[in-house]
Write a protein that binds this ligand. Structure first.
Ligand SMILES: *[C@@H]1O[C@H](CO)[C@@H](O)[C@H](O)[C@H]1NC(C)=O
Ligand SMILES: *[C@@H]1O[C@H](CO)[C@@H](O)[C@H](O)[C@H]1NC(C)=O
Ligand SMILES: *[C@@H]1O[C@H](CO)[C@@H](O)[C@H](O)[C@H]1NC(C)=O
Ligand SMILES: *[C@@H]1O[C@H](CO)[C@@H](O)[C@H](O)[C@H]1NC(C)=O
Ligand SMILES: *[C@@H]1O[C@H](CO)[C@@H](O)[C@H](O)[C@H]1NC(C)=O
Ligand SMILES: *[C@@H]1O[C@H](CO)[C@@H](O)[C@H](O)[C@H]1NC(C)=O
Length: 395
């Protein structure tokens, strides 16, 4: 079938006298700067387009849609990449290991199956003038970007922004993240604002100087903040979370989630050295795991708490009144109970365990596999479409 198809297509190409142009429905690699012009007539390119390592500059004029992946990897001399008409990449848009790529220009790009940018040490701007409004997964790692202007996404599966040392702000109008939202190891003091975010499966944030989640209602799995420098953390609309964890946020003085009713995992506050009062969780009633609060805490008030299926551990180095909490021992609290003040060391029983494992920067395998799978599916769709078109043609 395949050989018959290529035979047929070659015959067609030769008879049409366009032997100099690339096929628009076969995978293609641009090996040198001039090769890009071979695609000029392919407004829809059905296949995977790759840029070879020797290319220094690409202008992909003419191509509006790539149904497979667009892969640019290891082209160490590539300084600029322009795709002035490209609106859609159905598969993966992968830029990786491009040492001198300083200019990326995809002004019309709206939709990408998956955006995966890694190790782009000269890239300061995304160059998506219209803004990408549709992408399944976004991973941006190890770039010079100072902002994420150009991402206008609403619903994504994964949003992973890590190791971008110059990034000052992440402000994206996401409304949902069905898998993980991960912001870590970027510039110290990144501002992470998600003004429209209503729910996410997981949220992990590190090294942020301020955060904003004004509309967040639900986090299915874990909501985790470690090693941040924000002073305030407010979750005014949050009703349920899997884990709720704040660890080693050394400037935190004020944390609130006054609509939070249930935590289906662990409620953990540990090593937030300036946090004194835990009294703004006014509706928190059910915790399926344990409650674990430690630090220089002077006040803990959880007035609605009536069902903790795990233990409750409250340890403070300061004077702490445990009277109200003591009433929960053996009734609301099903597991081990401890509340103590004036300790030399205030220890956390969970030890921040629920916040471990999210710290890896880029190459986590599971995600890698997922993305590859998605890319493959997109390519196969292209192939199936091509074969379908061919069989109609042959009838
Ligand atoms: C979400 O968090 C849970 C529990 O913390 C973890 O087991 C799971 O792997 C995370 N999922 C993703 C997609 O990161
Ligand atoms: C975050 O901090 C910066 C500078 O400290 C401030 O200008 C900005 O308004 C803050 N943003 C939020 C959402 O609090
Ligand atoms: C997470 O919560 C959202 C919003 O309630 C829901 O639509 C989604 O199905 C949930 N996802 C999982 C994996 O439970
Ligand atoms: C507590 O936080 C400080 C400052 O971030 C950090 O150096 C230390 O390792 C943390 N301790 C624990 C037990 O997590
Ligand atoms: C904590 O922040 C809330 C909301 O911004 C504010 O109303 C409250 O006064 C703050 N509390 C303290 C002790 O700073
Ligand atoms: C937080 O910072 C401490 C001290 O710098 C470090 O040991 C720890 O690994 C960091 N935690 C995470 C989750 O990165």
């Amino acid at each position: 079938m395949l050989s018959l198809r290529s035979l047929l297509l070659t015959a067609l190409a030769v008879s049409a006298g366009v032997a100099n142009a690339a096929e628009c429905d076969e995978d293609f690699t641009i090996e040198s700067d001039g090769d890009a012009s071979e695609l000029a007539s392919c407004s829809k390119f059905e296949g995977t387009l790759t840029i070879g390592e020797k290319v220094t500059s690409v202008n992909l004029d003419g191509v509006e849609r790539i149904t497979g992946d667009f892969i640019v990897e290891g082209a160490r001399a590539l300084t600029n990449l322009a795709a002035p008409r490209l609106t859609t990449i159905d598969g993966k848009f992968n830029l990786r290991d491009l040492t001198v790529l300083g200019t990326l220009s995809c002004p019309e790009l709206l939709k990408v199956g998956e955006l995966d940018f890694q190790t782009l040490p000269a890239l300061k701007e995304l160059g998506f003038a219209k803004g990408i409004s549709d992408a399944g997964t976004v991973r941006i790692s190890d770039t010079m970007l100072t902002s994420l202007d150009g991402l206008k996404l609403s619903d994504v599966q994964n949003f992973n922004i890590n190791n971008n040392k110059f990034l000052k702000s992440v402000n994206v109008e996401l409304t949902s993240v069905s898998e993980a939202l991960l912001i870590n190891f970027n510039g110290k003091g990144v501002q992470a604002a998600f003004p429209q975010l209503k729910w996410a499966s997981n949220i992990t944030i590190q090294d942020a100087a301020n955060i904003s989640f004004p509309k967040l209602e639900k986090v299915n799995n874990s909501l985790s903040f470690t090693n941040n420098t924000f002073q305030q953390a407010h979750f005014p609309k949050l009703k349920t979370a899997g884990d709720f964890a704040m660890v080693s946020c050394i400037k935190l003085t004020n944390v609130s989630a006054n609509a939070l009713e249930s935590v289906t995992g662990t409620f953990l506050l540990a090593n937030n050295t300036k946090l004194e009062e835990v009294n703004q969780f006014k509706e928190l009633a059910d915790v399926a795991g344990s409650v674990d609060i430690s630090g220089a805490i002077t006040k803990v008030e959880l007035p609605a708490l009536d069902d903790v299926r795990g233990g409750l551990n409250v340890q403070s180095t300061e004077e702490l009144d445990c009277d109200a909490l003591n009433e929960l021992e053996g009734s609301a609290v099903k597991g081990e109970y401890e509340c103590k003040g004036k300790l030399e060391v205030a220890e956390s029983t969970e030890g921040g365990a629920s916040t471990q494992g999210d710290g890896s920067s880029s190459g986590d395998e599971a995600e890698e596999d997922d993305s590859n799978a998605a890319g493959t599916v997109a390519v196969n769709f292209g192939l199936i479409a091509a074969l379908g078109a061919l069989s109609i043609f042959m009838l």
